[in-house]
Design a protein around this ligand. Structure first.
Ligand code: GTP
Ligand code: ZN
Length: 201
């Protein structure tokens, strides 16, 4: 197995006290973190967020995307329910890494959209690989997920890997004037299910 469980500790947050589990991903040389609350084993599907690292949005308050708001909303929803899990996967920039994301942002500053920018740099629109999830899910004893996401391709990718997603829960938040075009592109080119009227049909 290339993903190894290391240790767990408490993580107090503004929304409640989570349990934080650290995993080492030997294949990709990454350290992943899972936050859980309540008993996530058992037959009842677990409220879950599979969140891809976004240093700019999650930690630096960037308004270019909706990641930070989605992360906070997920923590809030889980705390309200008292049971759930957040996989914080170190797949920065949809898998291209932070420095390439900055290059992509530079191209977007000059007019490209988020997909065109990746392509101009020689990457696919979405380079993420979710195979790392299975060992973490198995270790934590999770059977089924109800997933907070607007991305149906994420649900499909997980189901193809054998991860049981029973339900997709819409997770729309964090829209602002700086990310409106970005969200429209996610809807138009990446198939995200967003229902703001400005995002078109
Ligand atoms: N390459 C690239 N990555 C970006 C850009 N904006 C955000 N990201 C990354 O996109 C990832 C989040 O993916 P999103 O497409 O926003 O959302 P998702 O995870 O597919 O879907 P949701 O579950 O609905 O959030 C994070 O790793 C961000 O760092 C961008 O313009 N270019
Ligand atoms: Zn982001």
């Amino acid at each position: 197995m290339t993903v190894k469980y290391i240790e767990s500790s408490k993580l107090p947050t503004p929304w409640g006290i989570f349990e934080m589990h650290g995993f080492e991903d030997l294949e990709h040389d990454k350290e992943h973190v899972v936050l859980s609350m309540g008993d996530i084993t058992g037959d009842e599907p677990v409220l879950a967020r599979i969140h891809s690292e976004c240093l700019t949005g999650d930690a630096l308050f960037s308004l270019r995307c909706d990641c930070g708001a989605q992360l906070q909303a997920a923590m809030h929803r889980i705390a309200q329910e008292g049971r759930g899990v957040i996989f914080y996967l170190r797949q920065e920039g949809r898998g291209i890494g932070l420095l390439n994301k900055i290059k992509a942002y530079r191209l977007q500053d000059k007019g490209a959209d988020t997909v065109e920018a990746n392509e101009q740099l020689g990457f696919g629109a979405d380079m993420r690989d979710y195979t790392i999830l299975q060992p973490m899910i198995d270790h934590l004893g999770i059977k089924e997920l109800k997933l907070m996401t607007n991305n149906p391709r994420k649900v499909k990718a997980l189901q193809e890997l054998g991860v049981n997603v029973t339900e997709r829960l819409s997770h729309q938040t964090g829209r602002n004037p700086h990310n409106a075009k970005y969200l429209s592109t996610k809807k138009g080119k990446l198939g995200h299910l967003l229902d703001h009227p400005e995002d078109g049909e």
